[in-house]
Design a protein around this ligand. Structure first.
Ligand code: FAD
Ligand code: FES
Length: 256
């Protein structure tokens, strides 16, 4: 089904730092909030003019009625400019874009594995669909989402930190393997989003235990709507556009 996309001017209701890692931006739009699936994204024009020239992609973090929340990390120039925007400032935003995660997964138990900029769409997925585990990996406790942001998540939330300052010490795949090896792995369905090395390690474990799943393969994007071919992903059925054919692909389809 082709979902209609919109390009709207929105006024910021909020744009503030919520912890050592993330900023939260909130705005309202009747069009951009219609029929959104977790894993879909928005293309945000950071400034009115041409600096920065390209829009920046951000996942939907939460949609409540017409209210849209985006959670973002400040990584480079665009997000540095974005985080200085004040309540009432206007941004041009296009969405909903791309294909999101599967909501229906039959009788399988959902395990979500998130890291870095992959945390927002997976929290959205866990809030919207029945989920057994939400696994979150970060470098340290300071980077974890505040607990208040997870209060609508009904899944069991397990965290790992690389420095051991919170939860299990080490990579998030330690948590995943512990779950898979103690159970019947074929009962599960994994959905993952985060840094590529993390997703590659998740997919390698899924292969080892014979578990199906999906990964949001976020490539740098230019147009965001399938026109420039700047975001190609290698799949077993040829090159595909992350923005229009993805960003969510099945593990089976990805050619790593
Ligand atoms: C489909 C999709 C959804 C996304 N959702 C979110 C989100 O919900 N929250 C969020 O904070 N970010 C998200 N991102 C990443 C976000 O788009 C980039 O962080 C942003 O474009 C960086 O812009 P910049 O100008 O600040 O940095 P740039 O100057 O463009 O880059 C600065 C640094 O950030 C790194 N970077 C750029 N793009 C990405 C990326 N896709 N993943 C990881 N590192 C990147 C670059 O390698 C570089 O080191 C998403 C990206 C995609 C493709
Ligand atoms: S960003 Fe242009 S085709 Fe994907």
């Amino acid at each position: 089904m082709t979902v209609k996309k919109f390009d709207e001017k929105v006024s910021l209701l909020e744009n503030r730092k919520i912890n050592g890692k993330y900023y939260k931006m909130i705005f309202s739009s009747a069009m951009l909030s219609k029929n959104v699936r977790p894993g879909q994204f928005l293309q945000v024009r950071i400034n009115e003019g041409q600096d920065p020239y390209l829009r920046r992609p951000f996942s939907y973090y939460r949609v409540m009625g017409q209210r849209i929340e985006v959670l973002y990390e400040v990584l480079g120039y665009g997000t540095q400019v974005l985080c200085q925007k004040k309540k009432g400032e206007v941004l041009k935003v296009m969405g909903p874009l791309g294909k999101g995660f599967s909501g229906a997964i039959g009788k399988k138990k959902r395990i979500l594995v998130a890291g870095g900029v992959g945390v927002p769409p997976l929290v959205f997925l866990a809030e919207k669909y029945s989920t057994d585990y939400l696994l979150i990996g970060t470098k340290s406790k300071a980077e974890l989402l505040p607990k208040s942001e997870l209060k609508k998540v009904r899944a069991k939330v397990l965290c790992s930190t690389e420095d051991g300052s919170y939860g299990t010490e080490g990579r998030v795949t330690l948590l995943l393997e512990k779950i898979l090896k103690d159970r019947h792995p074929e009962e599960f369905f994994i959905q993952t989003c985060g840094p590529k090395p993390m997703m590659e390690a998740v997919i390698a474990l899924a292969c080892k235990y014979g578990v199906e799943g999906e990964a949001s393969w976020d490539e740098s994007m230019a147009c965001g709507v399938g026109a420039c071919l700047g975001c190609m992903v290698k799949t077993k059925t040829g090159l595909k556009r992350a923005c229009a054919d993805g960003p969510v692909f099945s593990f089976e389809d990805l050619d790593l």
